[in-house]
Design a protein. Structure first.
Length: 327
C-alpha cells in the first residue's frame, strides 16, 4: 500500500514537472501569449460593435461598467465550469485564505483596473489612452522585480520594453493630433489602470504557488464582474437591443475574457512576469489591424503599422534574449 502511494506521488510530481517544462518552453509561451493578445486585440472592434448594437454611448460610464461587469461575470462562470470539467473537480475556493486571495485579485485585476480605466477614458483622448495603457508592460516588469522580487531587472529587459513601447507609440500617435494636457482624473486614472494590471500579474504568479490558477482566474472574474455589474446598475446603467447578432457579440466577449485571461494567468504562473508581459505590446497592434478590417478604419494601416509591428517584435526578442542571472 505504501509503495502504491509512493508511486502515485512520484507520478503526480513527474506530471507537474513535465507540465511546467512545457509551459515554460519559449515557443509555447510565444504562441500562447500572442494568441491572448490577438484575442484582446479583437475585443476592440467587438466592444465598439457591441456598444452600437446595445445602444450604449461610450461616455455613458454607468452602462459601460454594467456591460463590462456582465461580460466578466459570465466569463468567470464559463472558466470555472470548463476548468472543473477538464480537471474533474470543482474549482472553487475551499478555505478562508483562498477566498481572500480571490477577493484581493478580483479587486485589483478587475474592479480597480477597470474603475480607473473607464473613469479615465471619458476624460482622456483615445490616442493618449492607448499610449499610457502600453506602460503596463513597464509596470509589470518593475513591480515584479522591485516589489515582489520575483525576478531580476536587467538592461536587456529595459531595452526590449523601450523598443516595443516605441512601436506602440508609432502606430498609435502617427498622423493624429495629441494634446499634452495631463489631469489626474483622466491620464492619471489610465496610468493607475496600468499599475493595477502590473500588480495583478504578479499577484497571479504569487498566489498560484498555493492555489489552482484556473480557479483564481475564474473566481476573481465572477467576483469582480458581479461587483462591477451591481455598481453600474446602481449608478443608473442599462442597455437594450438583444438580438441574435448582439447576443453573439456578447458571447464572444465572454469567450475572449475567459480564454485569454486564463491562458495568460497559466503562462504567468510558470514563467517570469516579464517573459509573458512583454507580449502585451502586441495588443494595440492587433487592435489597430483588426479594427481596420472589421470597422473599415483604413487610415490606420500601412507602412507605419508594419514598422510598429517590427519594432514590437524586436523588443520582444531583445527582452527574451537574455536569461535572468541566478537568484
Amino acid at each position: 500500500m505504501e509503495i502504491s502511494q509512493e508511486n502515485k506521488n512520484f507520478a503526480d510530481t513527474f506530471h507537474m514537472e513535465k507540465t511546467k517544462s512545457i509551459l515554460s518552453n519559449i515557443w509555447i509561451v510565444s504562441v500562447g501569449a500572442a494568441l491572448c493578445c490577438f484575442l484582446w486585440g479583437s475585443a476592440t472592434p467587438a466592444i465598439k460593435t457591441g456598444y452600437a448594437l446595445f445602444s450604449i454611448a461610450p461616455n455613458d460610464t454607468a452602462s459601460v461598467v454594467l456591460f463590462a461587469g456582465i461580460r466578466f461575470f459570465f466569463a468567470g462562470l464559463f472558466t470555472i465550469l470548463f476548468g472543473s470539467l477538464l480537471q474533474k473537480k470543482l474549482l472553487i475556493p475551499h478555505s478562508v485564505d483562498s477566498f481572500r486571495k480571490v477577493a484581493a485579485l478580483g479587486m485589483v485585476q478587475t474592479i480597480l483596473q477597470y474603475f480607473f480605466f473607464y473613469g479615465g477614458l471619458t476624460k482622456c483622448a483615445g490616442v493618449k489612452s492607448s499610449v499610457i495603457l502600453a506602460t503596463n508592460v513597464f509596470a509589470s516588469l518593475l513591480i515584479a522585480a522591485l516589489i515582489f522580487k520575483q525576478e531580476k531587472l536587467t538592461w536587456y529587459k529595459i531595452l526590449g520594453c523601450v523598443i516595443g513601447f516605441t512601436g506602440v507609440v508609432l502606430v498609435t500617435v502617427a498622423g493624429k493630433e495629441v494634446d499634452y494636457k495631463i489631469t489626474f482624473g483622466g491620464e492619471g486614472f489610465i496610468f493607475l489602470s496600468s499599475v493595477c494590471y502590473g500588480f495583478s500579474g504578479c499577484m497571479v504568479k504569487y498566489f498560484s504557488k498555493e492555489e489552482n490558477t484556473v480557479m483564481l482566474s475564474g473566481c476573481q472574474f465572477t467576483f469582480g464582474g458581479a461587483v462591477m455589474a451591481f455598481t453600474g446598475f446602481c449608478l443608473g446603467g442599462g442597455f437594450s437591443g438583444f438580438t441574435l447578432v448582439s447576443s453573439l457579440i456578447l458571447i464572444y466577449l465572454v469567450f475572449i475574457s475567459a480564454v485569454a485571461y486564463t491562458l495568460w494567468s497559466v503562462l504567468l504562473s510558470h514563467n517570469d512576469v516579464s517573459r509573458v508581459a512583454v507580449f502585451g505590446f502586441l495588443n494595440p497592434i492587433f487592435g489597430v489591424v483588426l479594427s481596420s478590417i472589421f470597422l473599415n478604419e483604413q487610415n490606420q494601416t500601412g507602412f507605419l503599422t508594419m514598422l510598429s509591428l517590427f519594432l514590437v517584435c524586436i523588443g520582444i526578442l531583445v527582452c527574451l534574449s537574455h536569461k535572468n542571472p541566478k537568484q
